[in-house]
Design a protein around this ligand. Structure first.
Ligand SMILES: [Ca+2]
Ligand SMILES: [Ca+2]
Length: 179
């Protein structure tokens, strides 16, 4: 009797677990967890690189090297990321206070240490840039690990950006409003 009771409890636990288990992103892809559409449920966002990502230096034309951010909640539309062979999506938290987490990504490109950083927000049923994209320089930090975007107040972020000035790379901080 005791064994039957144990089996019953185990089955009940298994059912309960499967009901709350998250759908996982495909193995080997970079991902982040968050509530990106604001429905109160967390989902994963994951980066799917272009097919030719590993053999880009043999290509005549790099225009086809675009990545896609997909979601484990299939009702959320993909984000097409232009000129991007690698990418680690980051949950930057809810930057504009609308109940949805924003996504940051540095679209890894192949030809320069100068790159852009982008922040996406889900608004009106579609993806938009939450702030204008800005330039970073990969010699000055690992921006996948430490996103150059920090929340500093309601609807405002401080970004770290880089530029050429007088033959030197200069680092600048700027406070910008989030859409
Ligand atoms: Ca959600
Ligand atoms: Ca938000």
């Amino acid at each position: 009797m005791k064994i039957i009771k144990s089996i019953f409890i185990l089955c009940a636990l298994a059912v309960a677990f499967s009901a709350v288990a998250q759908k996982r992103p495909p193995k080997g892809l970079n991902y982040a967890l968050g509530d990106f559409n604001g429905d109160g449920k967390k989902e994963y966002v994951y980066f799917v690189p272009p097919e030719d990502a590993d053999r880009w230096d043999g290509l005549d034309d790099l225009d086809g090297l675009n990545g896609v951010l997909k979601f484990t909640d299939a009702s959320i539309p993909d984000i097409f990321v232009e000129r991007c062979v690698t990418g680690q999506p980051r949950n930057l938290g809810d930057l504009n206070g609308d109940g949805r987490d924003e996504i940051g990504i540095q679209p890894g490109w192949v030809t320069s240490v100068w790159q852009v950083y982008r922040v996406f927000t889900f608004k009106g049923g579609k993806w938009q840039d939450a702030i204008p994209s800005f330039t970073i320089n990969l010699n000055y930090g690992d921006f996948d690990k430490n996103p150059p975007v920090k929340k500093v107040g309601k609807g405002k972020v401080r970004i770290t950006t880089f530029a050429w000035e007088n033959d030197d790379v200069v680092k600048k901080h700027k406070v910008v409003r989030v859409k």
